[in-house]
Design a protein around this ligand. Sequence first.
Ligand SMILES: Cc1cc2nc3c(=O)[nH]c(=O)nc-3n(C[C@H](O)[C@H](O)[C@H](O)COP(=O)(O)OP(=O)(O)OC[C@H]3O[C@@H](n4cnc5c(N)ncnc54)[C@H](O)[C@@H]3O)c2cc1C
Length: 448
Amino acid sequence: MSTVTKKVFATSKLPHNTGVSAWVAMLPTREIKPRLERARTADVVIVGGGFAGLSAARRISQLEPALRTVVLEAGIIGEGPAGRNSGFIIDLPHEVSADDYGGDCASKSQQDIVIHRRAIALASEIAVEHRWDSRIFDPCGRYSVAMSEKGDAHLVAYCAQLRKLGEDHRLVDAQEIASITGTRCYTSALFTPGTIIVQPAAYIRGVADCLREPISIYERTPALAFESNAEGWTVKTPQGSIHTGKIILANNGHAESFGFFKGRLLQIFTYASMTKAFAPGRLSGERKWAATPALPMGTTVRRVAGQRGDRILIRSRYTYNSMQIVSEGALKRAGAQHDRKFKARFPGLANVDMEYRWAGGMALTLNAVPAFGEVEHGVFAACGCNGLGASKATASGIAAAEMMLGYNSELTQIYRRFPAPKALPPRPFTTIGAKANLRFREWKAGAE
Ligand SMILES: Cc1cc2nc3c(=O)[nH]c(=O)nc-3n(C[C@H](O)[C@H](O)[C@H](O)COP(=O)(O)OP(=O)(O)OC[C@H]3O[C@@H](n4cnc5c(N)ncnc54)[C@H](O)[C@@H]3O)c2cc1C
């Protein structure tokens, strides 16, 4: 009689969200889906209710509507990184340094654009279903803004690459960007029209809320472990369990907590602050705009118009946190940096305080590829968002669902070609190297 060894994967830690995200605080309280409190069966279990997990569930419902799919979210939908980011669903490659465009980089950029536009297509379908207005989903494009000669030069180099790629763009001079943003701090900008700007918590709640039976979502229900059995897998949660044939791991950096991609994911956190509402007349320019920095590692800024007044979002600072937890002290230090950046850009609003501050995790890989593919029989990973997760994680969720169902698409062909994430150097070296690298790159970004 042959015996099959049972495989068990248990998580070593659960996600923790530090700080209160303004995006959640500004919405009505969510009607939270119940916890799983029984044993049940399903065809597919998705671990994680962020961009990747919910997009995977939606794609499954389109391709195989009869499949009983369960989404397990450890926290509350919208409170994790997918709902606490800056809300840019970006179409073009993010890293705009000329170094990224040598050799065969044009074809890599084109591939990235296919990935990002597939995500934008899904987001746009959902926007139509919900009849969202521009407060939640705004196809208004974005500005890349420079504050130094180095930043200006970077934008000019990026323009040349966009021309080669045939992508629409427009250089904006200092005067015009001042008339849009109401601040004279920017020396030039580049407008690209394809980015979607969302209220991220409203968006991700909306993605969840358009999933219907036979898809079930359980919130405040972490997957603690999964073990193999004769028919597939049993996923254990604190008060229940699910027998399933297939699993999609869509829990980004926490794939590593289950033992997958060990020593291959860089657990990077970034931080944001949002001001109190101020009277719109206090800042000239348009009441809504969104800007990413010309230089990677710089500062993202958004002006958000609301009924009670307008607010400014500042997102900057990256830290390496291998244990995937950010302390209140780290949040405070990032907040002090945000205050300085805010004052430098908006001296006329110097007495407007920040109301919310928060942090959130991203998982990067050394070779910038996703942590993707069938990692065990019937277990698929759609993790390692590499920063531009609103686009990349959405696409990897779609690709994981398609691959799991044996569906061939342009996206699955791209994802099949990705190499595995490279191994990081041993822990002490990674820690020292990552911290030094982040500091150096932040220093290089200077005022940007
Ligand atoms: C402040 C900030 C600003 C950002 N701005 C942008 C931006 O403007 N544009 C952009 O593209 N990206 C941005 N990002 C990055 C982006 O938010 C992430 O890349 C993206 O959320 C990754 O999506 P995901 O679905 O892979 O993972 P996540 O959004 O992290 O979702 C994974 C989910 O899995 C859940 N989970 C983990 N473990 C378990 C478990 N054991 N059981 C059940 N559930 C589990 C988590 O609670 C989480 O909700 C930003 C991030 C931050 C923090």
